[in-house]
Design a protein around this ligand. Structure first.
Ligand SMILES: Cc1cc2nc3c(=O)[nH]c(=O)nc-3n(C[C@H](O)[C@H](O)[C@H](O)COP(=O)(O)O)c2cc1C
Length: 201
């Protein structure tokens, strides 16, 4: 289940409501989000990932810990996340910090994936240079066949797993006519409560 029921934290509950709306409308890649990281040299970069879960703790996505984003996150845990749905005319901006989820949770997620996806995660050294996609595909096909023949399941490689984005601020943006957009920004305070304000479009 991507959207956990009974989220109590107000801004996260609102994010979950919007996600539910986009899921219900069956919008293409409704759970796709852009996530920006910053390198050790202070250079930002961003890419799309899929939201795997949202609950009171934050937002969960799955990736390769050795990838470019993984390396950035090792040095700087701060991220910016962006969702936008054209059909809803809504945008969500989140800033926060990441942490790795437990090995058990990453194992559970990995084991829920189709065999080919698990094998691809083992073979692909995400963000590294490769010589050819044909060679990569052959390696994936060969290893998949081996697991199938031996009736074995692959073990999650240590470099693949789940990150949790713990939000520090959440902005809900709703498009209005003639640029009269509405922006509600929630900022997490030191006592873990959330302060809400409205921003000029
Ligand atoms: C719609 C969409 C969803 C994606 N979902 C994921 C994902 O969940 N996890 C992931 O690691 N990469 C995902 N990717 C690929 C990433 O955008 C990116 O190419 C990859 O993670 C490598 O990024 P990096 O080199 O900055 O680490 C997705 C790409 C698209 C376009």
């Amino acid at each position: 289940m991507i959207i956990e029921q009974n989220i109590k934290t107000l801004p996260l509950a609102k994010v979950a409501e919007i996600l539910k709306k986009s899921e219900k409308l069956n919008l293409t890649d409704w759970n796709a989000m852009n996530i920006a990281t910053v390198s050790a040299k202070n250079v930002p970069s961003s890419r799309m990932v899929l939201l795997k879960k949202i609950n009171d703790d934050g937002l969960v996505f799955y990736t390769n810990f050795n990838s470019k984003k993984g390396q950035d996150l090792t040095g700087n845990k701060f991220v910016a996340v962006n969702f936008w749905w054209r059909e809803l005319q809504e945008q969500i901006r989140i800033e926060g910090e990441v942490e790795k989820l437990s090995e058990k949770k990453s194992d559970e997620y990995f084991n829920s994936r189709p065999l080919k996806s698990r094998v691809a995660a083992i073979v692909s050294q995400q963000s590294e240079k490769i010589d050819s996609y044909e060679i990569l595909q052959k390696e994936i096909d060969d290893l998949t066949e081996q697991f199938e023949l031996n009736k074995e399941n692959p073990t999650r490689p240590e470099h693949c797993g789940l990150y949790l984005v713990k939000p520090n601020s959440i902005e809900l943006w709703k498009e209005g006519d003639f640029r009269t957009h509405q922006r509600q920004k929630y900022v997490k305070k030191d006592d873990n409560t959330w302060e809400s304000s409205f921003l000029s479009p």
